[in-house]
Design a protein around this ligand. Structure first.
Ligand SMILES: Cc1cc2nc3c(=O)[nH]c(=O)nc-3n(C[C@H](O)[C@H](O)[C@H](O)COP(=O)(O)OP(=O)(O)OC[C@H]3O[C@@H](n4cnc5c(N)ncnc54)[C@H](O)[C@@H]3O)c2cc1C
Length: 483
């Protein structure tokens, strides 16, 4: 399919949170933008669909949104006026153990700490200053590497964030605090002994205390729809069902921003790049993949621990030691018998997701990049372990291995959902070591996906920063939204 021959100031390829954020940032500055999407529906990692049975609405990719609600850019947008409503589960995240008890991340810092018994003070000592500093440093943390506005506050966060989760866990004595921490840090999709795995854990916990871990009413596509509606209200144009394979397919424009990962960018625009930049992109590393299941259920998941029955997210991995072993094995190319499972139960808090009395659940575990092993049995065993009787409630099931993930969205290379591993070597210099990570070596071509800082998740900050750079370089304009 081809677009009309009208010229645009800028073209954005890919309508994930970052593509949409880039398109909005440019359109807000008075630049005419065409946003192109390969699929028939916009949204990238923010889509919802009836994957199992009729009237059961599942989130195909992202489900839980501490990063969207805490995004400094999204906060400036009138998304509520465009139909977005966040629902806040009673408990952000719960973490059950084999003894039937559970630790939990509550909105309240004090309540979370109190439930950790002997680690109450250790938790407060770690988290209280970080939660207090966060509003001053969030824009610096969720952006490219640069001299921060509040260097002392930033150093307080950075020195802890740069450590491995295994190292930081030594502050705690109880299995509850260690387990809760390991579940948070395992969102980094890396062995917990890797430097910087604490960054992910800390960001998620701070976000939980400040803004909660909400779900969008109706499904994650509600975020995409609100962003798209706002973009169109500004005068932006969206074209779907248009898979870009070559720059020749595009209408003329002054700038092109790609919401894709480096290897795709090389295929589409590689001939425009310098040999050094091409060499850098070819060396870009993708991380572990995911195996995902969605269930239609005849009733809520019968978790033994009360906190799990009241939580939007449940981390299934028991102790720090078990989670660390599972992530380590996966990084070595193996498939653990007891994988760390991230589970969400949206319909407990959003009745629009399932018929009355019925429920949905969403879960995934990490697997080696490119794995085609079916992890259904291992994942369901982990749920059954903490919720005996769970299997009897399964009415429908939909699975996706890493290959199916990549077919669904080419940005999930080998099933990697964060646009490339976010380890020390790639956290700040994704996708390449350059003065601006968003600028390619070709004039007017930018990359704005989660393969740029600050990385994976639904927050739009990669797109915002890439657009800001393109606005300055190409159009000599400033982004309207500045914080
Ligand atoms: C199973 C799963 C669970 C997740 N859970 C969460 C969660 O709970 N919370 C959270 O914050 N994040 C979560 N994420 C991660 C989050 O979805 C991603 O980090 C985020 O969507 C990345 O945004 P993006 O804009 O960089 O790219 P994407 O969202 O991947 O969007 C890229 C878009 O570009 C399009 N595209 C690609 N190539 C082309 C092309 N050549 N031509 C035209 N269009 C193209 C794609 O179709 C896609 O729509 C999850 C992801 C997955 C897969």
């Amino acid at each position: 399919m081809s677009v009309s021959k009208r010229d645009y100031d800028a073209v954005v390829i890919g309508s994930g949170p970052n593509g949409l954020a880039a398109a909005i940032t440019m359109q807000q500055a008075g630049i005419s933008v065409l946003l192109i999407e390969a699929k028939s529906v916009i949204g990238g990692g923010m889509r919802s669909a009836e994957l199992t049975l009729p009237h059961f609405v599942h989130d195909v990719c992202s489900a839980i949104h501490p990063l969207a609600v805490g995004s400094p850019f999204f906060k400036t947008l009138p998304l509520e006026q465009h139909g977005l409503e966040f629902i806040y589960p009673t408990i952000a995240a719960a973490h059950p153990f084999d003894d039937g008890r559970a630790a939990a991340l509550y909105r309240s810092l004090e309540q979370t700490a109190q439930a950790l018994n002997e680690d109450e003070q250790s938790y407060l000592k770690l988290m209280k200053p970080l939660v207090k500093d966060w509003p001053r440093i969030v824009a610096d943390v969720l952006g490219p590497l640069h001299f921060p506005k509040h260097p002392i506050d930033m150093a307080r966060f950075g020195l802890k964030a740069l450590t491995s989760a295994a190292y930081l866990a030594k502050r705690f004595r109880s299995k509850e605090a260690k387990g809760l921490w390991a579940g948070m840090a395992a969102h980094s999709i890396q062995p917990l002994s890797n430097a910087t795995t604490s960054a992910t854990g800390l960001v998620l916990m701070i976000a939980g205390h400040l803004g909660g871990w909400p779900i969008p009413k109706g499904g994650s596509n509600a975020i995409a729809n609100a962003l798209a509606s706002y973009f169109v209200s500004l005068g932006g144009t969206i074209e779907t069902n248009f898979y870009v394979r070559s720059l020749n397919q595009l209408p003329s424009s002054h700038a092109i921003l790609f919401d894709v990962t480096p290897w795709q960018l090389l295929q589409i625009a590689g001939y425009k790049f310098s040999s050094v930049y091409t060499w850098q992109l070819k060396r870009y590393r993708y991380g572990m993949g995911v195996f995902k299941i969605d269930w239609a259920l005849d009733g809520p998941i019968p978790f033994t621990a009360t906190a799990c029955r009241e939580a939007g997210t449940v981390h299934l991995g028991n102790t720090l030691e078990e989670i660390a072993a599972s992530e380590q094995l996966t990084s070595e190319g193996k498939h653990p018998e007891k994988p760390f499972v991230l589970l969400a139960q949206q319909s407990l808090f959003d009745a629009s997701r399932a018929p009355e009395g019925k429920h949905t659940a969403w879960a995934y575990c990490h697997v080696p990049n490119g794995s085609e092993v079916n992890m259904t049995e291992q994942i369901e065993k982990q749920v059954e372990r903490f919720a005996p009787g769970f299997r009897d409630r399964i009415a429908g099931r939909h699975i996706m291995n890493t290959a199916e993930m990549e077919v669904y969205n080419p940005n999930y290379v080998g099933g990697d959902i964060t646009g490339g591993i976010m380890d020390l070597g790639q956290l700040f210099t994704r996708p390449a070591l350059r003065l601006s990570p968003y600028k390619t070596s070709a004039k007017g071509i930018y990359i704005c996906s989660s393969s740029t800082p600050p990385g994976g998740g639904v927050h739009g900050m990669c797109g915002y920063h890439a657009a800001k750079k393109a606005l300055r370089d190409v159009f000599h304009k400033k982004a309207t939204v500045i914080y």
